[in-house]
Design a protein around this ligand. Sequence first.
Ligand code: MRU
Length: 326
Amino acid sequence: MEVKPFYWKGDYLLLLDQRKLPREEIWLELRTYEDVAKAIKDMAVRGAPAIGCTAAYGFVLGIKLQRENPEEVYETLKNTRPTAYNLFWALERMMKALRENRDLEEEAKSIEKEDYEANKKMGEYGSQLIPKGAKILTHCNTGALATAGWGTALGVIRSTHYAGKDIFVWVDETRPYLQGSRLTAWELLKEGIPHKIITDSTTGFLMRKGLVDLVIVGADRITARGDVANKIGTYSLAVLCKEHGIPFYVAAPTSTIDPDIEKGEDIVIEERSAKEVKSCGDCLIAPEESDALHIAFDVTPANLISAIITEKGVFKPYEILNALKG
Ligand code: MRU
C-alpha cells in the first residue's frame, strides 16, 4: 500500500508523526494553523514538498475555520523552517488565492495533487537515466513521506524498481535526525526494494571500491543558476562523486526552484538545536557540557551536479530556469 504522510479531513489535518517512525505509527490531529506550524518546526512533518502542502492546509485552517488575520497566519507558517522553498511557494499561492477570492481548500488540494503528479512524472524521466542493475546511493528521505506521495529522488528509485531494472539502494543514515535509516529504509522495506543502511562516513569507501554507480538526492531550494540546497552531507557526496567519476543527480519539482536567488551562498541555511546532535532519539550520546553545531543543510554548486530531474524534464543545472517556462 502506498505511504501518505498526511490526509486533509475537511476540518483538520491528519499527520503521520515522522519523529516516531519506524517504531511507532502515530497520527496527529492538527486542528489549528498553530498546530500545523509547530508540527513543521518540530519536524513531525519534513521534506520540502510535504512542508509546502501541510502549510497550505494550515492556511486553510487559519483563514477558513479559525477566521484569523491572514498576515498573522501567513507569517506564523512562514517562520517555521527557512530553507525549504516549497513552503514559501505554497504560502504565496495561498495568499494569491485569498486575494482573488478563490476557494482556499480547493487551492490546497490542487497543491497536493500537483505535487503527487510531478513526482510520478519525475519518476518517468529519472528512471530513464538509471541503468539496469545500478547500485544507487541516496541521502536523507525524499520519498512519499517527504512529499504528497511517491517522492522525488526516492520516487525516481521507486519508478526504476517498478520498471524492473533490478536496482539496489545504499541508504546513508543522515545524522542527526536519521531520515535515511529511519524513514528511507522504512519506505524501501515496505516496497520490497533491495537496500542496505550505511553510516554517513562509509560512502567514500564504497565509491572507491566501485560499489556505487550513481547518487540521487532531493532538494530544498534550487537557485536560478542551479546551485542546490539539500540536507547537510549532500555537498560532501557531490565532491566524492566528482573524485570518483560518478553521476550526481538531483530530483525536485519546479516548486523547489527559487528564481529570485542567483547564488547558493544567498540561501538562508537553517541551524537547529545543538541538542539534536548530542542525542540519538531520547538518549544523550555526548557530554552534556560540550557544545555542538547543527547546520541542517548545505549547498552543492551547480558544477558538481550532472543533471536536475523535474516534472518538466531533465535539465543541466545552468539551464534550470527553462523548467519554469511553459
Ligand atoms: O530536514 P528535512 O528532513 O526536512 O530535510 C529534507 C531534505 O533535505 C530533502 O532532501 C528535501 O527536502 C527534498 S524532499 C523530497
